[in-house]
Design a protein around this ligand. Structure first.
Ligand SMILES: [Zn+2]
Length: 428
């Protein structure tokens, strides 16, 4: 049996389950959840130490909601307690993943071959649902561990035969935007997978040059995707951005729907709950923190892990898929401002315009105190640029914020190749 047979069958099953009845989907999920919970409580000291297993695993039940959440610090401080004493060989080999946090120490989280396959299949379903042409070149601009040279392989469904599959080129995200554009030019339409901050750099660089590249789809991952960045990519490359919500801890959590633009939670491989400040599940239109339970996370079981990402729960999708939805992703807590009216959210700012004004993306807007914000940037700010930036920020920040500018020596990308344009330095 070829080794892709399992992947092929799994994709067929995912294409059925997303359109099955809601009861069928929840029965499928409960079966996986029960196995994971049994495994975690039987095999790992962390959950065994909690006493009895939860009896009721229905996501909205009082029994489930009373299960304490696991935090990043639990994982950082007690990693060994999450290691199972044994598990089925069906899960394959274990590989360590570092979660390279944007703030605080990196956490470790192990994964297995089976879990990696489940993540891959979420991409396969996206290729199918968005009708990717799998013969086209695909460029992945991400942080590459220990590699400076581009790497090449093939992408797409292996059962289509290697000669029918497009080339995929992996290039480190820190490569200058002009070189990334150069790598993609002259090949006809290409696809891209990268972080929103790099979509911004590529779009701004293309708009100010005469480079013309057609990128029908950009898969956006790893950071908050701002609407103005989506619009810039449309203008620069004619792109539709497929935003996907994924993390090292949770895997592929949600992917945008081709018909409605809502984000479909990938329920076959993750239980994603959107929980209010009061610990209650959010109704459609309400915002809360996303709590994830990766259903194939046997190597480091995470049951109700606090992702730190906030989202608005969405309605049933008109496309006919039964997967629950997220209507908007709202960013991470540490990037949000605490406003004087008591709300906490990402400050409004035009990332594209500020980057164009400065001529580079090495800047960040920081909340330093209750009403004090600092615009940090590298390089000298001309009087005209300063006026343009502060004018733009003051028009969108809530009145009452004192804004000052501060030049710093460097604002490097994070260890995961991310760039955050907003930051809260007030602690919680
Ligand atoms: Zn849909």
């Amino acid at each position: 049996m070829p080794d892709w047979k399992l992947a092929h069958d799994y994709l067929e099953s995912l294409l059925r389950s997303e359109r099955a009845g809601p009861d069928e989907l929840s029965a499928y999920q409960s079966k996986l959840l029960r196995r994971l919970v049994d495994h975690a409580f039987d095999e790992t000291p962390f959950y065994a130490g909690r006493g009895g297993k939860p009896a009721d695993l229905a996501p909205h039940s009082p029994g489930w909601l009373s299960q304490p959440c696991v935090s990043r610090s639990d994982l950082v401080e007690n990693f060994d307690a999450f290691r199972p004493s044994s598990f089925s060989r069906l899960h394959g080999v274990i590989t360590p993943l570092s979660t390279g946090g944007s703030t605080g120490p990196a956490a470790r989280r192990d994964t297995t071959s089976l879990e990696a396959l489940a993540r891959l299949l979420a991409s396969y379903r996206m290729y199918r649902n968005w009708t990717f042409d799998q013969s086209r070149p695909f460029f992945v601009f991400r942080k590459l561990a220990g590699e400076n040279e581009p790497r090449r392989d093939k992408w797409g469904f292996p059962w289509n035969g290697e000669s029918n599959l497009g080339d995929r080129t992996w290039i480190d995200i820190a490569t200058p935007a002009a070189e990334q554009l150069q790598a993609m030019s002259g090949q006809g339409p290409v696809y891209v997978n990268t972080l929103p901050s790099n979509i911004l750099r590529l779009s701004v660089a293309a708009l100010r040059s005469d480079v013309r590249i057609s990128i029908p789809f950009i898969v956006s991952v790893g950071e908050y995707l701002a609407p103005e960045v989506r619009a810039a990519a449309q203008e620069a490359f004619g792109s539709t951005i497929i935003d996907s919500f994924a993390s090292a801890e949770g895997g592929v959590i949600a992917v945008q729907c081709p018909e409605a633009g809502l984000y479909h939670i990938q329920s076959e491989q993750v239980l994603a709950e959107i929980i209010s400040l009061h610990g209650k599940p959010c109704a459609p239109g309400e915002a809360g923190e996303v709590i994830v339970t990766p259903l194939y996370g046997y190597a480091t079981p995470l049951i109700r892990y606090r992702s730190g990402d906030f989202a608005e729960a969405g309605p049933a999708c008109p496309c006919g898929r039964v997967l629950p939805t997220i209507s908007r992703l709202l960013g991470r807590r540490e990037h949000m401002f605490a406003f004087p009216d008591g709300t906490r959210r990402l400050p409004e700012l035009d990332r594209v315009r500020i980057t164009q004004t400065l001529g580079h993306d090495q800047w960040v807007l920081v909340q330093r105190s209750k009403t004090g914000a600092e615009f940090r940037h590298t390089g000298v700010l001309t009087a005209a640029a300063r006026q343009a930036v502060t004018g733009s920020l003051e028009s969108t920040l809530v009145h009452g914020f004192q804004l000052r500018c501060a030049q710093v020596d460097a604002l490097p990308l994070t260890s995961g190749g991310k760039r955050h344009f907003t930051l809260n330095e007030m602690g919680n």
